[in-house]
Design a protein around this ligand. Sequence first.
Ligand SMILES: [Zn+2]
Length: 204
Amino acid sequence: MTARVEHGVTSGTFTLDGETFDVDNNVWVVGDDIECVVIDAPHDVDGILAVVGDRRVKAILCTHAHDDHVRVAPALRERVQAPVFLHPADRPLWDLTHTDEMWDVDLDDGVEIEVAGTTLRTIHTPGHAPGAVCFHAPALGVLFTGDTLFRGGPGATGRSFSDRDVLVTSIRERLLHLPDATVVHTGHGDDTTIGEERAGVVED
Ligand SMILES: [Zn+2]
C-alpha cells in the first residue's frame, strides 16, 4: 500500500509579541491504513485525531514552534504515544507556549522520517522562524512548508525571531530547485506548486 496525504483544518488563535489573531491551520497526515505521521499540532487534539483515525502515529513533526503549530503537541503525544520532532533553533518560541514540557527528537537538515514505505526529508528553512523546516516527500511529489512558503509567496516575517532576507534566501536556495510540479502543502490556506511560486520569489 502506498502512502497518501490527508488533511484537516483546525481553528483557533496565534499569539506572539502580545497580539492574538484568529487563524485556521492545516494539519497534514501522511501514511497508509496502518501507520502515519502528523505534521503540526495546532489547536485541538480531537480535530487531528479525526484525520488520523485508528492508525498508529509514528511521529508528530512540527514545521516550527509558533503556538498555532505546537500548542497541542504534548497533548497529542499523550494520546497517541508518539514522539514530537522539532528543530532546536525554535526553542525560544517553544518556551513561550510550553514552559514545563519539551519535544522529544531534534530535527536537523537532512533528517529522514520513514512512514508507510515513503520518506520525508527535512529541509531546514530558517526565516519565518529560526528553526522552521519543510518536509519533502520526493516519491509523493509533495513538500510541506508550514509557514515558510504559501500560495502567493513567502510567509510572514514581521514579528520576533523572523527575518525576511533569511526567509527569501532559504526559499531560493533550498526549495526552488525542486521540480516545478512539486505540490506545496502549506500551514495555512491553499496548496500551490513550486513552479507557481518560483516567478514571484525570484523577482521579489
Ligand atoms: Zn508561523
